[in-house]
Write a protein that binds this ligand. Structure first.
Ligand code: 6R9
Length: 658
């Protein structure tokens, strides 16, 4: 998500307040056998393009490229003249190499006992049949296919079938409304929708097909709707509908994977941003696959023979695209896919899945980690988590306390935690520790990966010195970068490339500490201006979360007659903590002690929940509306809209600074 208006024009630098001294060196065994060692940084800084060429050579190419990078700012083309097939790289080549019996996906449905196992041979058969079915439906290279599905194996199969024939998929998260779906279908001008009757969510079947019917009624360009039968719910069958089991199951399981150009489109994925129409982020094949594959190998230290890898994201978000589907499959990984929510049928479900499959690498989001903290340490303690060896985090800044909790209660203090910064737009991980190399600091994404040139700059675009804060930028093109916004070149240039000359601006604030390590400080649109100081939401939230009674916190700046903006904090207490009368004072003093008196919140509200997007990011914009007593703005991207009522009710009674 990048901002529509790039930050506050008067912004100087972000204050650098948080001091964290804990360090966690890589475990010796992991360091000794790590896929990537410290040399990679030097190798890449000496010859960046050569480094990415070697990463691209980890893939199978039909024809090797002629030109590694053609850079006409801000338009990049990577591996020009090269041809490949993404699905071949993800599936066929492992089968051809004799690894057909290896498990690609252990799929765990939400209802107890509902599981499926797909080997690479199974996947090849299913993807080939689906590719033949798409062809029969008249879908060809360059056509757009909207995919609106629950987390079932047919979802990655549908994506890979599109990739195989060169059709461009646009996955729309299965929780979105009919109008969100029809808007995305129309923007991409898709001709086919792939969906299911429904999926399971919180213990009950939840219908998808009626939403698709409603959306498709607004989309005359849709020729067919291909429907997987998952829940067996009654569906209204229209003349555009085709059942997956009737069409796909009778197809031949032989399909020759054609070669596509390295710059042919692979997918569009819509991000909502803060305002306005969602942006259709466009990714292409060669560069995208190179970087998702290499980063998955490097950042998670994936050993395909022995690891069981689980990324808990929904495939409807970029994390699922890059780190459930494309990255892991190119590397021949064995992955877990879980259909449901972490609390169904009980709050230990994730740990039960880790124990059942012997998960060795777990990749999840800070919002989930903070929820587990809130539920209590005793829940993961009931399960055997000793198989785990690497833990990852993505989606938001991870508060140091949440990081330490994750390391201790999930990782048994033996697993490195990699905090990975990236975006839908960047396609793959950009800034992260390497688990066998980096002595990581809790809460820091540390360094740009080898081959990535990122920096922190001030308002004028000059690098800030060590110890300073400012805007995160990327100075050089990278292989998996977005190639544009579907149908809107101007918006691509305006949104990402106009704030700083010649640099990509992701919309995030960051600081570089005295050692030169990077800390992400949240969206610059959320930065608070208190008595002339730019204060990051992340730092104040992390200070709150470092209090033993707090599990989650969100802070916003509210207009204040004296200080310009004042800090208003919304906190969720840990399971074991009681809400006492003087909790607000206790927390205010705690923040002042951690970060300095200027960051002392004016108000602290204890709330049962925080407003989050459907991908789990806190929506501070809505909290600002509450804090400034405005009517609450657009809530359509909110996961649970009733949360706002619970929060608004709290405000009038909240004590202010005495
Ligand atoms: C992968 C993904 C991108 C935005 C990004 C930033 C935030 C993601 C983060 C992080 C701090 C991390 N973000 N990872 N902030 N530390 N490790 O989440 O993509 O949904 O497009 O969101 O998420 O603000 O700009 P996307």
């Amino acid at each position: 998500m990048a901002p529509e208006t790039p930050g506050r024009e008067t912004q100087e630098t972000l204050s650098n307040l948080l001091h964290e001294t804990r360090r966690f060196a890589p475990p010796a065994g992991l360091a000794a056998s790590a896929n990537v060692s410290a040399d990679a940084y030097e190798e890449a800084s000496g010859d960046r393009l050569g480094f990415w060429e070697r990463a691209a050579d980890r893939l199978s190419w039909g024809r090797r490229w002629d030109t590694t990078l053609e850079w006409t700012p801000p338009f990049a083309k990577w591996f020009l003249g090269g041809t490949l097939n993404v699905a071949y790289n993800c599936v066929d080549r492992h089968v051809e190499a004799g690894r057909g019996d290896k498990v690609a996906y252990h799929w765990e449905g939400e209802p107890d006992g509902d599981t499926r196992t797909l080997t690479y041979s199974d996947l090849l058969r299913e993807v080939s049949k689906a590719a033949n079915a798409l062809t029969e439906l008249g879908v060809g290279k360059g056509d757009r296919v909207a995919i609106y599905m629950p987390m079932i194996p047919e979802l990655p199969i549908a994506m890979l079938a599109c990739a195989r024939i060169g059709a461009i998929h646009s996955v729309v998260f299965g929780g979105f409304s009919a109008s969100a779906l029809s808007g995305r279908i129309q923007d991409a001008d898709a001709k086919l929708v792939i969906t299911a009757d429904g999926g399971y969510r919180r213990g009950a079947p939840s219908a998808l097909k009626p939403t698709v019917d409603e959306a498709v009624a607004e989309c005359p360009g849709i020729e067919h709707v291909l429907v997987v039968r998952r829940t067996g719910q009654d569906v209204q069958v229209t003349d555009k509908d085709v059942w997956w089991h009737e069409l796909v199951d009778r197809q031949s399981d032989a399909h020759e994977a054609p070669q596509h150009d390295a710059e042919d489109p692979l997918y569009i994925l819509y991000t909502s941003g803060t305002t306005g129409k969602p942006k259709g982020i466009l990714h292409t094949t060669g560069g995208y696959l190179t970087q998702t594959s290499w980063t998955h190998h490097a950042v998670f230290d994936l050993k395909p023979e022995s690891d069981v890898y689980w990324c808990t994201a929904d495939i409807g978000w970029v994390t699922g695209h890059s780190y459930i589907v494309y990255g892991p499959l190119t590397n021949g990984a064995t992955s877990v896919i879980y259909e449901g929510t972490p609390d169904t049928p009980h709050k230990g479900r994730f740990w039960e899945v880790v124990q059942k499959y012997g998960v060795t690498i777990l990749y999840t989001a800070p919002t989930a980690i903070r929820t587990f903290m809130k539920w209590g340490d005793d829940i993961p303690a009931k399960f055997d988590l000793s198989s785990l060896r690497v833990l990852g985090s993505v989606g938001e800044p991870i508060n140091p306390e949440a990081y330490v909790w994750y390391r201790e209660h999930i990782g048994g203090e033996r697993c490195p935690v990699v905090d990975t910064w990236w975006q839908t737009e960047t396609g793959a991980i950009m800034i992260s520790p390497l688990p066998g190399v980096t002595a990581a600091k809790p809460g820091a994404a540390m360094r740009p990966l080898p081959g990535i040139v990122a920096d922190v700059v001030d308002d004028q675009g000059a690098s800030v010195p060590d110890g300073g804060g400012g805007f995160l930028v990327v100075r050089e093109p990278w292989p998996s970068m977005l190639r544009g916004i579907w149908g809107d070149e101007k918006r691509y240039v305006d949104t990402y490339w106009s704030r700083f000359d010649g640099m990509y601006f992701p919309g995030d604030g960051a600081k570089r500490d005295e050692d030169g390590d990077l800390w992400l400080l949240g969206r610059v649109d959320d930065v608070m201006l208190v008595s002339g100081h730019n204060i990051s939401t992340t730092e104040v939230e992390s200070a709150l979360v470092s209090h033993p009674k707090v599990a989650e916190a969100a802070v916003v700046g509210a207009t204040d007659p004296i200080t310009g903006q004042a800090i208003v904090a919304f906190v969720i207490l840990r399971g074991s903590a009681e809400e006492s009368a003087d909790i607000a004072k206790e927390l205010r003093d705690h923040v002042a002690k951690a970060l300095g008196p200027i960051t002392k919140p004016r108000q602290i509200l204890v709330v049962p929940e925080l407003p989050k997007t459907r991908s789990g990011k806190i929506m501070r914009r809505l909290l600002r509306d509450v804090a400034e007593n405005r009517s609450i703005g657009d809530v359509t991207t909110l996961a649970d809209s009733s949360v706002m009522n619970l929060i608004s009710e709290k405000l009038p009674s909240a004590p202010t600074e005495d």
